[in-house]
Design a protein around this ligand. Structure first.
Ligand code: PLP
Length: 361
């Protein structure tokens, strides 16, 4: 997900970044050879207001940087020009990393699927993420990390890469609550996505660095008035949204989410399934919880439609393709799941393995 957009001043000091600039040296930009010092100076000026990223670890650099001007990845890293890299994310809440283990397990599964050779153990990866979080000083944020084939050249062959790389960044928590929009009060209006091709199952299950189809899914959804888009396959079944899983609550209290085959094995939906089977059934908000193919028509006729992702995002859909879901307001199951997952992450309650206390310097 994107960093916050900030305006960037250009070298003339106005804020019309991207506008043609009168060149003081009479050279076109691609004629101008910059020294390393000049390049860093220019990057520092451009990134001066970039507050979205607190810290970046690069195994290639062998350290953490906190100046956005030097948060870079070599262009010849095969992740950049061939998409040969995988990533995952986790949340940093009140100084604790939430469910990092389950995310690292998925990262390693993605790396195996992408045939990346990884020199780090699971524990070493966890340690690098925790150390980066500590170095950032941030107590709340999104932590994202990549395993890549590494730098080494511009061919398609990973054999030319020098060494696999691990990069990790700690980002400002992304908020959908800005601009007066509150997902839990307002809910999302979503649109079906049918034109953008679905990923083949291999790619859908690897969280690879190539998110072009996910972005196109979002853009098609946006054309139809949505944001994440609900992907419906040729047989009329719901798959997922561009970066979220989807579940439906029927009018008689049955929670249904599609099987993970052919879509991303969402960590948030796995937790929602546990909460749905536990507290929500105990409290009588749900009668049953099922993971099985979900017909779009059944979901349209349901009481609630909920999207989930990013550990803590429980996003109710109140309208789909212009028609209300249920009574067109945020329903009780979405509210309860949201409250439970927010309380769990904020208080650090739950299974002890789900929380790592960051050791700040
Ligand atoms: C395609 C796709 N589906 C589902 C999800 C939700 O997964 P998670 O709950 O692990 O964030 C994501 C998250 O990035 C995604 O990219």
């Amino acid at each position: 997900m994107a960093l916050r957009t900030v305006s960037i001043d250009n070298e003339q000091g106005d804020s019309s970044a991207g506008a043609p600039v009168e060149s003081p040296d009479g050279l076109r930009p691609a004629q101008r050879i910059l020294s390393p010092a000049e390049a860093v100076k220019r990057m520092t000026a451009r990134r001066r207001d970039k507050r979205g990223c607190y810290a970046m670890f690069s195994s290639y650099l062998g350290g953490v940087v906190t100046d956005p001007a030097v948060m870079t990845v070599p262009l010849d890293d095969h992740m950049v020009h061939r998409g040969h890299g995988v990533f995952d994310t986790c949340s940093l809440v009140n100084g604790r990393l939430y469910r990092l283990g389950i995310h690292i397990d998925r990262l390693l599964a993605s790396a195996t699927g992408a045939r990346l050779q990884i020199p780090w153990s699971r524990d070493e990866l966890i340690q690098m993420v925790a150390d980066t979080a500590a170095a950032s000083g941030a107590r709340n944020g999104i932590v994202r990390y990549w395993l890549t084939a590494g730098p080494g050249g511009f061919s398609f062959m990973p054999a030319e890469c020098e060494e696999p790389c691990f990069y990790c960044v700690v980002l400002d928590p992304m908020s959908f609550g800005s601009g007066g929009f509150d997902p839990m009060a307002d809910g999302f209006r979503e649109a079906t996505v049918r034109e953008t091709p679905m990923k083949p199952p291999l790619l859908a299950q690897i969280k690879s660095n190539n998110y072009l189809l996910n972005v196109l899914t979002h853009l098609e959804a946006a054309d139809g008035g949505g944001t994440f888009g609900i992907i419906v396959d040729d047989d009329g079944f719901i798959a997922e949204a561009c970066v979220l899983n989807v579940c439906s609550i029927s009018t008689d209290g049955v929670f249904v989410t599609p099987p993970f085959e052919g879509i991303l094995h969402g960590t948030t939906m796995r937790r929602l399934l546990e909460l749905a089977r536990g507290p929500l059934c105990d409290e009588g908000l749900l009668r049953d919880v099922q993971q099985r193919p979900l017909r779009a028509d059944d979901a349209r006729a349901g009481a609630e439609l909920i999207m989930s992702g990013g550990d803590t995002h429980v996003f109710p859909v109140v309208e789909w393709d212009g028609a209300p879901i249920g009574n067109g307001t945020v329903g009780p199951v979405a509210k309860r799941l949201h409250d439970l997952i927010t309380a769990e992450t904020e208080a650090g309650d739950g299974s002890p393995g789900d929380f790592i206390d960051v050791q700040y310097p």
